[in-house]
Design a protein around this ligand. Structure first.
Ligand code: AMP
Ligand code: GLY
Length: 415
């Protein structure tokens, strides 16, 4: 099979790496990819959101399967266009991707089908939102309804903080015109459950835990994710089973009922509260950086699993026993603004698995080219070993332009 992966980050590098190990696969292309991806696979210089060019290129090159990474491409209806042109695709239609793109859609779906999630209300004007805040008080969670790259969520511990967020989002339209969802504050460890879905079929992968805050000790601003590990032994198997049976399977069935059948990776961002697992959010795609530790954990053939699911056949995923733990090296300034094109040294000395999130080559040398730049994956029999292995790799890399967290895995290690 010839496979085309859409996207340009660490997630797509990991998908390409895993897919290339399949006996079913002869060639792996990534559009547009990045410099690190291009060293191992074939980059195709087409943008994620250029549907016409992707369809045409896929036809001309007899692509057998397209795997879509980023939400923007899903939102832009790439899967719909591919389906129209009889090209096999793993990734949801624009209608099904609403489960990620619209928090209000996701929340209403969960309300209608009795899926455990935080209580909520949606507002488009500041006055009514403020009234609701006065009733509910703090702590309270305020989410901009739309894609804000993980930055549209404010967990407000005081009413002042909450009010400031409402003013930003509803009076100053910081992310554009839009609504906000106000949510009950939940507490407990978080985990990410990625499932391969087609209609009502739901195949769970092993869970992972992301680290959303920029700095050690879960301080600083929310980011796209600064590190991850898998498995997450602080979450008992009974809670994972409950999440699959009471959240992921009913939601997949609900999407079918709603006439928006989901095909692709349905990602549950879940919290284990004292009343069991509850949904924080859904994503309509492989998580980043969760994918970079979950795919290494898979022992069996991912392409076989995807083809099975696309054909409505049962499939059995096997996992390695080891723990995988990965650390993001990000540009100083991220998740705010940051410079690009700054040198990275020592990368060639890293023995560990490395996925490139945002690199480029300048005069034959590696330079930064994004907010999140590199992802170094450690492996070990225990999480401690995996963590040690990952940081051995990280410490080989030297760059004044980069920072990273020193405590990836802390929730599992401190417990
Ligand atoms: P989201 O973009 O919806 O995943 O939210 C980003 C982060 O905000 C989550 O990973 C949680 O840590 C936190 N968060 C979101 N919703 C809630 C909630 N209802 N209660 C507590 N924390 C939340
Ligand atoms: N790591 C969270 C996400 O992919 O949205």
């Amino acid at each position: 099979m010839k496979i085309l992966i859409i996207g340009r980050g660490g997630r797509e590098h990991a998908i390409a790496w895993k897919v290339a190990q399949s006996n079913l696969v002869s060639q792996v292309f990534v559009a547009p990819g990045n410099a690190g991806i291009g060293q191992q696979f074939i980059n195709v210089p087409i943008n994620e959101t250029d549907n016409t060019a992707i369809v045409q290129w896929s036809k001309e090159n007899s692509i057998d399967l397209v795997i879509i990474g980023p939400e923007a491409a899903l939102q832009n209806g790439l899967a719909d266009e591919l389906i129209k042109n009889n090209i096999k695709v793993f990734g949801p239609t624009k209608a099904a991707a609403q489960i990620e793109a619209s928090k209000e859609f996701a929340k209403e779906l969960m309300r209608k089908y009795h899926i455990a999630t935080a209580d909520f209300a949606t507002f488009s004007d500041y006055e009514s939102a403020k009234k609701y805040l006065d009733e509910k008080g703090a702590p309270i969670v305020i989410k901009y309804d739309g894609l804000a790259a993980g930055k549209g969520v404010v967990v407000a511990m005081t009413t002042e903080e909450a009010d400031a967020a409402l003013r930003d989002m509803l009076l100053d339209a910081k992310f554009g015109e839009g609504k906000v969802v106000m949510e009950e504050y939940l507490e407990g460890p978080e985990f990410s459950l990625l499932t391969l879905v087609n209609g009502c079929q739901v195949v769970p992968l092993v869970i992972a835990q992301d680290h959303k805050r920029a700095f050690d000790g879960d301080e600083g601003p929310n980011t796209g994710g600064m590190g991850a590990y898998s498995p997450v032994t602080i979450i008992p198997q009974t809670a994972i089973d409950e999440a699959v049976e009471k959240i992921m399977k009913p939601v997949a069935a609900a999407m079918v009922d709603e006439g928006k059948p989901f095909c692709g990776v349905l990602y549950g961002g879940l919290m284990l509260t004292k009343n069991g697992p509850k949904v924080i959010e859904f994503n309509a795609r492989f998580g980043d950086p969760e994918t970079e530790v979950v795919l290494p954990k898979i022992k069996s053939d991912l392409v076989q699993h995807i083809m099975d699911v696309l054909n409505g056949r049962p499939t059995h995923v096997e996992f390695h026993d080891d723990t995988f733990l990965g650390v993001v090296l990000a540009s100083k300034g991220y998740p705010g603004s940051y410079p690009k094109g700054l040198p990275i040294d020592g990368l060639d000395e890293v023995k560990q698995l490395v996925f490139h999130m945002g690199t480029a080559k300048k005069d034959g040398k590696w330079v930064t080219a994004g907010g999140r730049v590199l992802f170094v994956v450690g492996r070990g029999r225990t999480i401690q070993e995996a963590q040690k292995d990952a940081y051995e790799g990280v410490h080989k890399i030297s760059s004044d332009a980069l920072f990273y967290r020193n405590d990836i895995g802390h929730q599992a290690i401190d417990n």
